[in-house]
Write a protein that binds this ligand. Sequence first.
Ligand SMILES: [Fe+2]
Ligand SMILES: [Fe+2]
Length: 185
Amino acid sequence: MNSINIMMMEHQNILRMLEVTRKYCLKVLKNEAVAYEDFYKIIDFVRNYADKHHHGKEEIMLFNRMTEELGFAAEKLVKHGMLVEHDMGRLYMSELEEALRKLEAGDEEAKLDIIANAMGYVNLLKRHIHKEDNVVYKFAENNLKKETRDIIDDESSNFEKKAEGAGVQKKYLDLLSELESKVNE
Ligand SMILES: [Fe+2]
Ligand SMILES: [Fe+2]
């Protein structure tokens, strides 16, 4: 599998976690007891799988090559689009974490911030992934030099192997299945 196919497969896993997150928000809305541990697991998945593992590869292997090699259109798409959205996602997660802590400390209004930030992230990432799958990755595949794409594939495959050695993919795919089975009970 080449690097872009791997990233598109990761998108499918992230989209599954976005559906899980939406279901956990619905539980909060229905006034069910807030599953703090599960929300913290969602944050862990987002930070370490969606952001560090997946966005990390995009940022240090793909997007930098696009801005170097593909000129103004790529720079606009990446710097003012994709990278800004990665940062907004990080902000939603820190605000979600803060809202969970506030609710744990007894501030009931923080439920609003839990739903707002979790759903803000869900909607942001859905649009972001759609744009990458349909525009950004295609632009890269069609326009980057073959030798550049080969370098990215090599870097990505080394990165994947290293992460596998540390058990990253398995840990987060297991976590995803665990939460999916909980919300679908
Ligand atoms: Fe991205
Ligand atoms: Fe992505």
